[in-house]
Design a protein around this ligand. Structure first.
Ligand code: ADP
Ligand code: MG
Length: 930
């Protein structure tokens, strides 16, 4: 175990002798033994012993020590004022951080101040704005296995399952719950198979997960902090009780789901300073700490999570499935992309949202494209209307620009962590709503009409905040300047007393000058001595009897009078009481606002949707997208474009795509860099965009409802991941073959490259046959196996597409234009010719190729007898070049006479990058010169 966690050994040695303060620290460390405990001492959060050493190193702060009667302890303290930046470093280093605050006023207690853990900061339960990215949700996940309560007697599960993609379901059904504590978004779902769980996790990309007894931990990826959690929290009855307390009587039929959800809520409470043992609600087995409101810390934690009040139960089958591999290879969001360029992502290209609410919603919609034709059409209706109305669109964008992140704001309100400025921001956002309503007055599409009709401007809340909170309130809550005096009679009176007192003092100087005849007499105030009347030394003779000396300066004396003293006391009393009262009133207002969390969240949701509609419409208008028709039998895309690549290419060449029942499997050939991958992805992205509710980059598009996009990209070396590329490819392939349906869209990009050509070709053929015969999914298969193009003649659903290379002067240019039919087998030679390889070499290459084609004709197994893959294997098993699998036969009986030709032949043009090709050519030329 990490020595920085748990009760420090050094203190354990003298546990009974520890000073009261250190005993508190020791106890908290023992209780929160999975977290680094930061312990408030005045203005600092301190850590001691090993934890101090760790904190000092990670946060780059000085390691000091504390000495008391029991010994010497290493100590490191971070200033509370900017604790968040230090806490962030500890999180990055993989720690949870338990923040133990002083929960009593040090001025009001004798002896040691009580401290309690008020929050446990963990990667998945962040709520501090400083630590969160506004455009992303931050989820913590909870996974349970099997629907029976397995209790503590069950042994720890073997975690090293080892396989790249677990597919066992002996422990299903699995329950999965996800929660964004910063917004209150909560989801629950269940799945029979572990790979479905993995798919959902890919969609949400949780930062942290807790797992129940028997739940596998290897479905989570490396970016996710995974830990087992208290077994009791997973017990069905406790979990159900908890779920009911938050969400009311929900029809959560599935036990695994209930348990996941309940345990997740328990964990959320724990991170808010609830009972670390995660007992059932109301469990008082551990000493409860009295909070400021008189409730227990645990009760507080529960109340503070009131904004978690709606659960979205969903069936993964309600949304287009985009698993992790698909999200990455389509580059929807950059955050986890391991391959691919660090450039623009789809969400970047589409994001014209005005506020953080909209940005998160956009992410959410792209992550979970719809399957329901009516819901999709409803979104398109809204986008269509906004696309057609520039004025409305711009007006809405302008208004939404003033909308704060009220979703996270209201969660702070509920947790009692919002200050007066937050409330004012909420007020300002609410003030925008009537304008939004007015802007939408004339909309006609049902979606927008409904949206307008359901906008709740929370006039009551807005009015309350406006009456209570000053326009430009102080950031501190306890020092006044927060609540308007007119809001409360007593407060008004106190502030009036204060004001009158100060006015009296303001007049005092003139009055005393007149009374004493001392023209240089001054009335002033300092923080130590309070109010005074200052008289310079030469005038001291004129000082009246009722002046009492307060302070002596170098050239002057300061005095008070009984009257001044009295006024001063009055002011201080009024001010102090008023400041306290303001804080009380503020907390009341904050509680009242918290009561309305649900309405604020509903409003946030509508503003977010509106923002996404406006964003979709702006993009559509700016980049000439068109409204897709979703629900057709096949794909009819006219002049489609890749939404991201078209932004970076000077001249993007649009391409059509046609797939139907007759022709649903395209084998795509063409040289490297000709546009195969781009084309395949653009078809998938158009489907994703359409089902997310957006218009699409095409002149016209009729599309089917795609249930899932599979993308498998070969040759993407996962060397860093330590898995063999071939193994990865094959596991992913197995997944497609097992899960694709006829409504799926399958992209296979150079699959089968991770092995020898013979194997690769054999597998490619077998996959094609299987997908064609058994699955019937719309498939785009880009391949360097030219032999595969022959399948089109054998299987009715398969057809060929190819990309060509043209010559322009001395340059090889890629037309990027897709055309029917297979690419010429000799395109490698063509490219070589265009690139300036000497004519005799090119001619000889042609000769060799012709001979081998003749050989191939005499050996029909290669091109036509597609089902006999062993035959193809035999023919090409020594070749490495995908374009000449059959040439080796000829090589055996007729060795190439030119070493140059041999070298040239050995080049795998289809897999070379342009730079590699250049270098190879340079070498060839050099050897020719020799
Ligand atoms: P391939 O998969 O055939 O090797 P890519 O699809 O990766 O080729 O395309 C290579 C490059 O060509 C892309 O990065 C892009 O810059 C450009 N490109 C691809 N398709 C087009 C197109 N339709 N119009 C313009 N440029 C394109
Ligand atoms: Mg490619």
């Amino acid at each position: 175990m990490d020595a920085a966690l748990g009760a420090p050994a050094k203190m354990a040695d003298r546990e009974d002798d520890l000073t009261p303060m250190m005993a508190q620290y020791f106890e908290l460390c023992r209780e929160y033994d999975d977290s680094l405990v930061l312990f408030q001492v005045g203005d600092f959060y301190e850590a001691f012993c090993e934890a101090a050493e760790r904190v000092a190193r990670l946060c780059e702060i000085t390691l000091t020590k504390r000495e008391d009667s029991t010994g010497e302890y290493a100590m490191a303290g971070i200033p509370i004022d900017n604790a968040e930046s230090y806490i962030e470093r500890l999180l990055e280093a993989g720690y949870r951080v338990a923040v133990a605050d002083q929960v009593e006023d040090p001025d009001e207690v004798t002896g040691v101040v009580d401290r309690a853990v008020t929050r446990v900061v963990t990667p998945g339960t962040l709520t501090e704005d400083e630590l969160l990215r506004s455009a992303d949700n931050n989820y913590v996940a909870c996974l349970t296995a099997s629907d029976t309560d397995r209790d503590a007697s069950t042994g720890e599960r073997d975690r090293a399952r080892g396989t790249a993609r677990p597919r066992a379901d002996e422990n299903g059904p699995y329950g999965l719950a996800l929660l964004d504590v910063s917004t209150g978004d909560c989801y629950a779902t269940s799945a029979d198979r572990l790979d479905s769980v993995a798919d959902e996790l890919g969609r949400f990309a949780p930062a942290e997960a807790i797992v129940g007894p028997d739940a596998p931990v290897d479905v989570f990826d490396g970016d996710c902090m995974v830990s087992p959690y208290e077994r009791t929290a997973f017990e069905t009855d406790r979990a159900r009780e908890r779920v009911q307390a938050y969400f009311g009587d929900l029809a959560l039929a599935d036990q695994a789901e209930v348990r996941a959800c309940g345990a997740l809520l328990a964990y959320a409470e724990y991170t808010r300073g609830g009972n670390p043992d995660a007992g059932d609600i109301g469990d008082d087995s551990t000493a409860a700490v009295a909070g400021p409101g008189g409730t227990t810390a645990e009760g507080e934690a529960t109340a503070a999570l009131d904004y978690i009040n709606h659960l979205t139960r969903y069936d993964p089958r309600e949304y287009m499935l985009l698993d992790r591999v698909a999200l990455e290879s389509l580059e929807l969001f950059d955050r986890r992309a391991v391959h691919g360029h660090q450039g623009l992502t789809l969400v970047d290209a589409l994001d014209e949202t005005a506020c953080a609410l909209g940005r998160r919603k956009l992410n959410d919609w792209l992550r979970r494209p719809l399957l329901d034709e009516d819901r999709i059409a409803a979104r398109h209706d809204a986008v269509a209307e906004l696309t057609g109305d520039v004025t409305l669109r711009e007006r809405l964008h302008e208004l939404l620009d003033d909308v704060y992140d009220i979703e996270r704001l209201v969660s702070r309100v509920a947790r009692g962590r919002a200050n007066a400025r937050d409330l004012r921001s909420l007020h300002d956002t609410l003030a925008v709503v009537p304008d939004v309503e007015a802007a939408l007055a004339d909309v006609e599409s049902k979606t927008l009409v409904e949206l307008r009709e359901n906008l709740d401007s929370l006039a009551d809340v807005r009015d309350l905040i406006d009456r209570a909170i000053r326009e430009d309130p102080a950031a501190e809550l306890t020092e006044g300047g927060v609540v308007k005096p007119a809001f409360d009679d007593e407060l008004g009176t106190l502030r009036e007393t204060e004001r009158e007192g100060k006015a009296w003092i303001d007049d005092l100087q003139a009055g005393e000058r007149e009374r004493t005849g001392i023209d240089s007499l001054k009335v002033g105030h300092n923080s130590v001595h309070g109010y005074y009347i200052e008289v310079t030394d030469p005038n001291l003779d004129s000082v009246p009897d009722d002046y009492t000396r307060r302070q002596t300066l170098k050239n002057a004396e300061r005095f008070v009078t009984p009257e001044l003293k009295e006024r001063e006391d009055e002011i201080i009393r009024a001010e102090g009481r008023a400041d306290d009262l303001e804080y009380e009133l503020f907390c009341e207002v904050r509680r009242d606002v918290a009561e309305e969390s649900e309405r604020v969240q509903a409003l946030a949701d509508r503003l977010a949707r509106l923002d996404v509609f406006v964003s979709f419409a702006s993009v559509a208008a700016k980049f000439d997208y068109s409204r897709p028709e979703v629900g057709a039998d096949g794909f009819e895309v006219e002049a489609g474009r890749h939404p991201v690549v078209e932004r970076t290419e000077e001249r993007f060449v649009p391409n059509d795509a046609h797939f139907d029942d007759q022709d649903f499997f395209a084998v795509i050939t063409g040289p490297n860099m000709s546009g195969k991958s781009t084309y395949m992805r653009q078809v998938a992205l158009i489907a994703v965009l359409a089902q997310a509710g957006s218009f699409v980059p095409a002149a016209a598009a009729r599309l089917p409802v795609v249930d899932r996009v599979f993308t498998r990209v070969g040759a993407s070396d996962d060397i860093a991941g330590g898995r063999s590329t071939f193994m990865v490819e094959m596991t992913e392939l197995a997944d497609i073959l097992g899960n694709a349906t006829e409504n799926s869209l399958v992209l296979l990009d150079e699959v089968g490259r991770g092995t020898s050509t013979a194997d690769g070709l054999a597998i490619a053929r077998a996959v094609t046959e299987h997908v064609h015969d058994e699955v019937g999914a719309t498939t785009l298969f880009a391949t360097h196996h030219h032999e595969l193009t022959g399948i089109a003649d054998e299987l009715p659903g398969v057809f060929n597409l190819h990309f060509e290379t043209e010559r322009e002067g001395d340059d090889v240019v890629f037309e990027h234009e897709v055309a029917p039919g297979a690419a010429a087998a000799s395109y490698g030679i063509e490219v070589a010719k265009m690139a300036g390889v000497p004519d005799d070499v090119v001619a000889r290459s042609r000769e060799l190729l012709d001979e081998s084609d003749a050989g191939a004709a005499a050996e029909p197994a290669v091109e036509t007898n597609g089902h006999d893959s062993s035959e193809s294997v035999r023919v090409s098993n020594t070749a490495d070049d995908p374009d000449d699998g059959d040439r080796d036969d000829r090589d055996v009986d007729e060795p190439a006479d030119s070493p140059l030709a041999e070298e040239l032949e050995a080049l795998d043009v289809a897999t070379m990058t342009p730079l590699e090709a250049m270098n190879a050519l340079a070498e060839l030329k050099e050897s020719l010169d020799e």
